[in-house]
Design a protein around this ligand. Structure first.
Ligand code: FMN
Length: 342
């Protein structure tokens, strides 16, 4: 069996502990945010999903999605598509461009524009094609590891994650992340960790559990399902310290939650780095609006704050808003992502 350290391309500092993955999230997990999450304890990072066709067309925007810095390693590039050969060629192209530590295949995206082209979660309904896609990418990337991310099935009446994971293992996939929802659920309802546990018990490759982890205690509980690692998405958007919290809880240590000031400092830094990365302050800040909504979830007096943030276009405006909010609410309670998600 492959070990996790082989999989990620580099040795884990503490390989006996379960690795924490930042979930790939389109429009969210760019290089700036990935580096923030790495600093807060995310062990393994992945790009958002990137179209194999976009890679083949050498689209400049697509190229931007797959780039990363060395400090993000171990780092994977996630691809989606439905044509085995094109996906294989796209993977090879990405390897030549940026030399990632692994290639990840997306078999979970529920979006109509992906599903109607037979990509993402659509392949959960077509296991023979899913197997061919996986095998083609594994062949094209060898010896680089290829991993996959799936949902538990297409809908409630076709939950097939165990079968899918076995096929993927047989095709040479070296690690599978399972989001415990069906495609039909989208992001509603709750993640089904019983199915994730069944997958973990059914294959020899490492299984990474994903869905609704928003605090340290939940993470400890989820690890009891037998998964080899945990993947965290939306909670990190609101609170990147989630990784530090989970790591502390797993070690039996107490965790000091970030203060309001800590949060704002991070928000300011994130925005500042986006402006530097994109070079256009107005565009960057407009692009950050939805991220600011996520960061301020659970903050006191959120409604007027979010109304102002939704129209923000400069760092100076942000500084003024932060100063005002800190002045008024420095000591107030911030609802945790767990309180918000549940
Ligand atoms: C805004 C957003 C974008 C996402 N984009 C991707 C993606 O590009 N690739 C992918 O595999 N999953 C994507 N996902 C799904 C997440 O990786 C993850 O599986 C899901 O959010 C459940 O985990 P969570 O409960 O920790 O958020 C996305 C989720 C969100 C909220």
């Amino acid at each position: 069996m492959q070990t996790l350290e082989t999989l990620s391309g580099v040795a884990f500092p503490q390989k006996e502990v379960a690795p924490l993955f930042l979930a790939p999230m389109a429009g969210v997990t760019n290089s700036v945010f990935r580096r923030i999450c790495r600093e807060k304890g995310a062990d393994i990072l992945t790009t958002e999903f990137v179209s194999a066709d976009g890679i083949m067309h050498r689209n400049a925007r697509t190229r931007g999605y797959v780039e990363f810095t060395d400090m993000e390693r171990p780092m994977g590039v996630q691809l989606f598509g439905s044509d085995p050969d094109r996906l294989g060629e796209a993977a090879r192209q990405v390897i030549d461009w940026v030399r990632p530590d692994f290639i990840d295949i997306n078999f979970g995206c529920p979006a109509n524009k992906v599903v109607c082209r037979n990509g993402g979660s659509s392949l959960l309904r077509d296991c023979p094609l899913l197997e061919r896609v996986a095998a083609a990418v594994v062949r094209a990337c060898a010896p680089l590891p290829v991993t996959a991310k799936i949902r538990i099935g297409w809908d409630d009446s076709s939950i097939n994650a165990v079968q899918t994971a076995r096929l993927l293992e047989g095709a040479g996939i070296q690690r599978v992340a399972v989001h415990g929802r069906t495609r039909a659920q989208g992001y509603s309802g709750t993640a089904n960790w019983e199915v994730i546990a069944e997958v973990a018990a059914s294959v020899k490759i490492p299984v990474i559990g994903n869905g609704d982890i928003a605090d340290g205690e939940t993470a400890v509980e989820r690890l009891k399902t037998g998964v080899s690692g945990l993947m965290i998405g939306r909670a990190a958007m609101t609170n990147p310290w989630i990784f530090t919290e989970i790591r502390s809880t797993l070690a039996g240590e107490s965790f000091q939650h970030p203060t309001m000031e800590d949060r704002w400092l991070l928000v300011r830094r994130h925005c500042g780095e986006e402006v530097v990365a994109r070079g256009d302050e107005r565009q960057s800040m407009q692009g950050m609006r939805s991220r600011l909504m996520a960061y301020t979830r659970g903050m006191p007096d959120a409604r007027p704050l979010r109304a102002s943030l939704s129209a923000i276009s400069s760092l100076m405006e942000l500084d003024d808003l932060i100063a005002k909010h800190l002045h008024e609410h420095d000591q107030d309670h911030i609802a945790s992502p767990a309180e918000i998600l549940h």
